[in-house]
Structures are given as C-alpha cells and as structure tokens.
Design a protein around this ligand. Sequence first.
Ligand code: SF4
Ligand code: SF4
Length: 301
Amino acid sequence: MSEPFDLPFQSDVMPEMLTTESKIRFRCHKGISCFNACCKQADITLTPYDIIRLKRRLEVDSSEFLKKHTVPFQMDGDGMPGVKMRTDDSGQCLFMTEAGCDVYEDRPTACRYYPVANLAMKAKESPTEEIQYALVREAHCKGHEEDRELTIDEYRAEQQVADYDEMNREFMQLILKKKSAGPTIGKPPELSLQLFFMANYDIDRFRRFVLSDTFRNAWDLPDELYADIEQDDIALMKFGSRLLKQVLYGEKTIQDKDGYYQQRLDARKDVIEMRRQFEIQRARKKDDEKYSEGGDGGCAS
Ligand code: SF4
Ligand code: SF4
C-alpha cells in the first residue's frame, strides 16, 4: 500500500493523478480575479529546507522563526512532529500582502507547487519512493480557466522547484519510511520525537547540540564534518537526516567513540552505588530515631 506525503493547502477535492509529461491548463498572475485567494486559506506544511530559506530571508534564528511564524502539529498517530505556517484566525497566511507574497523568492515548497501536489509514495516492499503529481482544482482558483497549457515538468521549471525537491528528498524519505513501515516501527520514544523536531525544524538549536562537548565525546565524526556543520545549514540539515535514520530506523552510519558507553555505564554504576548507600543510611537513621523515641510502639497486649 502506498501513502501520500501531503497535500498543500486545504482541499476536499480529489486530485487527478499525473506524470511529469502530463499537460495542465493553468496560469497564475497578478491581474487574475482570484489573486491571493489561495493564500487566504493557507494550510502549508513546512519542510526543513523551507524553514532554512525563510529564516535566512527574515534574518532570524530557527527558534525565533518557529515561535513567530509556525504552529506545531502531529503528522501521525505516533506523534511525529510537523510544523505548519502560522495564519491569522481567518486562515490567511501572515506573509500575504495586497501586492502578493511578501517572501515570494523564498516561498515554501507547497506554495511553489500549488495547484499541483507532489505526492511521494513508497510501497512497503520497495526501498525507494515514487513521485507522482496531482492537479488540485478548487472553485476559488481561476487559474484553471486561463488559456495556457504546459506540462508538469514545464510548470516545475517555472516555479523553480528542482532545488527544493532535491533538498526535501531525505526529509520525505524519513517520513515515508515511517508511514510505509506502519506499526512495525511503533511509536518512537519521546526523546527521539524531540530529536526529530530539533534536527528538522529548530536547526540552530540542533547545531549547538551537535557542536557541544557531550555530543563530540560520544560520536566518532571527522573534524571537517563539524567545521561544515558550524557554517553550513544544508550540511547540518543533511547530518540531521543521517542521525535520525540511525536513531529511528537503526541505519547505523555513525560510530560511537570507543569505550564511550562503557564509561557512561561505569559512571552510572558509581552514581547508583552512591544512591544505594544513601538510602541505606537514611533507613538506618529512621530506625535509630524510631527506637530512641521509645514511644508507644510494640505489642500492646
Ligand atoms: S508564503 Fe506566500 S505564497 Fe505561501 S501562502 Fe503565504 S503568502 Fe501565499
Ligand atoms: S490563480 Fe489560483 S494560485 Fe493563482 S492566485 Fe488565484 S487562487 Fe491562487
């Protein structure tokens, strides 16, 4: 069974399935009667690359971007975290202006594709995903009535989505792997879900985590990788996907440092022994106090 990735914008309309060569009739421009109508009902799921582009444009760090411009949601019943673009109470995107999109050059993937939906599918038995497209026809969108035909590939080129598709690929694989595995993977532990959120969305915080002594002492990684991660958001995003594949799906590509886990275990043994001694002493003290009080305890018969 295949699972779709996501559909941009809210829609109850069943899409038509298309290939890259399929022709669509569509044109969107500033003079169209419905200009901005789609951005007034925006339901945009953001990818990690969308966030990198937007936070750079707005010159804020990822934590501030998430706080001001997004809302969290759960992508599945196991609580896999996702983030959506924040809207006002009427559903209008906060980046919408009378003149159009205020972040146009860095608008998210879903906005670029609309009204085409990019549906990544992965069959359970297949190691790779398959990309299909769909055309979403909504009554408010008059672009479908314009006199222009072009293929899906031509539309993708016009919207400059190639870079976005490339950058989104590993994130999409992470999600599809979880979906296609179904209940066999089960609900990830809370700490893994928190790591998923940080590595994918709050990447400036993730950078501090990866560059910390605690992380460096635990994992055997080359200095050059740390140097890239320090300066380059994309290198950090790719490392995040690699780490998550290991943590969530056991695809081991990162070795822990020799003896690290044994050292941690030894350190914990000391702490456990200290706690045990403390509990013994506390119990003895309690007993001493009980008997020195000499109260009414004991058999009353
Ligand atoms: S980011 Fe821009 S294109 Fe996307 S919904 Fe908001 S205003 Fe519209
Ligand atoms: S034509 Fe469609 S995509 Fe373009 S502004 Fe109108 S509703 Fe939005």
